[in-house]
Design a protein around this ligand. Structure first.
Ligand SMILES: CC1(C)S[C@@H]2[C@H](NC(=O)CCCC[C@H](NC(=O)C[NH3+])C(=O)[O-])C(=O)N2[C@H]1C(=O)[O-]
Length: 351
């Protein structure tokens, strides 16, 4: 295997930088041809000082979107819906524009506004106002439709949680079952993801878990322990709970074709740029990052109150990395944590 060995010192340096920039703790787990390498720094509970534990569960935020996409694409494979059909064909009357297709939802090109922008404009008050609320999917869609559309359907990329609220509605309409059943039956059980769950609207994280800490907008205000919440504002857009090992298993299995057909994987990994850097792309519910060493990694990032997550794998599924820091609303922490990708997948920089 010509792939470079992971630079675990570089991974630790990135984790330390995340903590130096304000996260109580951080961790990363790399799985590759030479086995598994895990590193932890800091604490998973800043009150009792419990050290970060790589076996712990945490909220993965929008990495959930890739789980939701796998379920929907399996339904496409089963002929239950087609990617380029209007959403209106399956959820008649839900959306005001029957040009919005299923593919537009998965590629964030629907133009549906992201209701979390106003919801969390004031970070802590916004969070406190929804942390124990239970929304229906319809209520989330209504929040989006109350805002101006952001693009004509298909014209441009504009990330929106609303797209994956509709994806959740599609899954429940087409299966006749709660989305939790689809995750369990189609992904969690077959891949034996024993630390992964979808327990919306339960607010607690069962078992050994990391506590998450939300930075307030005003410097000097106290950190908010944001561990317990319904995540009902996100649901199929962000409410999955998982662990480093399970995320490694999931991204590897996905890339190795254990969840979707080769044709569907081709569709999922067909990407368009999300910014002007030429290194960040989005396919169907999936990000592609092009790293400095030329390696392309596929997966997703997550930001949910108290938790930043990266979960990526190489296209052949031979190498995967999951990384988490237990704070949010702190961009420097997220950027520092992202440094684990280059270290893990590009290895030591040539001296
Ligand atoms: C595109 C993202 C970054 S945002 C999207 C989703 N997370 C959210 O929509 C939550 C946004 C508020 C989170 C909160 N921030 C504020 O309240 C700021 N006022 C915080 O930092 O905890 C997720 O996850 N995605 C990330 C992704 O896909 O990487």
């Amino acid at each position: 295997d010509t792939a470079p060995a992971p630079d675990m010192e570089g991974v630790v340096a990135a984790l330390n930088a995340a903590v130096a920039n304000g996260a109580p703790g951080a961790m990363a787990r790399f799985s590759g041809p030479d086995g598994v390498r895990s590193r932890t720094v800091g604490v998973q509970d800043r009150v009792n000082g419990t050290p970060m534990d790589v076996r712990s569960r945490f909220r993965i935020g929008s990495v959930s979107k890739t789980f939701s996409t796998v379920v929907l694409l399996q339904l496409v494979q089963e002929g239950r819906l087609t990617l380029d059909a209007p959403v209106d064909a399956y959820l008649p009357g839900l959306l005001p524009d029957d040009r919005i297709t299923v593919r537009h939802l998965l590629t964030h090109r629907s133009g549906l506004a992201d209701y979390t922008d106003p919801m969390f404009a004031n970070t802590v008050p916004g969070f406190e106002s929804v942390r124990n609320r239970v929304f229906t999917y319809q209520e989330l869609v209504d929040l989006s439709l109350a805002l101006p559309r952001t693009t004509e359907p298909g014209v441009s990329y504009k990330y929106s949680n609303a797209n994956f609220a509709v994806v959740g509605m599609l899954i429940e309409k087409l299966t006749g079952r709660p989305v939790a059943d689809a995750y369990q039956r189609r992904i969690f059980k077959p891949l034996k993801l024993r630390d992964t769950s979808y327990v919306h609207p339960e607010t607690r994280i069962a078992g050994r878990h990391v506590r998450g800490y939300l930075y307030p907008d005003a410097a000097g205000d106290p950190l908010v322990d944001s561990t317990e919440q319904t995540v009902s504002w996100a649901q199929s857009a962000g409410a999955v709970i998982s662990s480093p090992a399970d995320l490694n298993t999931f991204t590897r299995a996905l890339m190795r074709g254990r969840l979707l057909s080769p044709a569907m994987m081709e569709a999922m990994t067909t990407v368009t740029p999300t910014d002007a850097t030429g290194t960040r792309f989005y396919g169907l519910g999936l990000r592609r990052y092009d790293l400095s060493c030329g390696t392309q990694v596929y997966g997703h990032t997550g930001t949910v109150q108290g938790f930043y997550t990266y979960a990526f794998s190489t296209r052949d599924g031979r190498r995967s990395l999951s990384a988490m820091a237990n704070s949010s609303n702190r961009g420097v922490v997220n950027t520092a944590l992202g440094g684990t990708l280059e270290a893990a997948f590009c290895g030591k920089k040539p001296t």
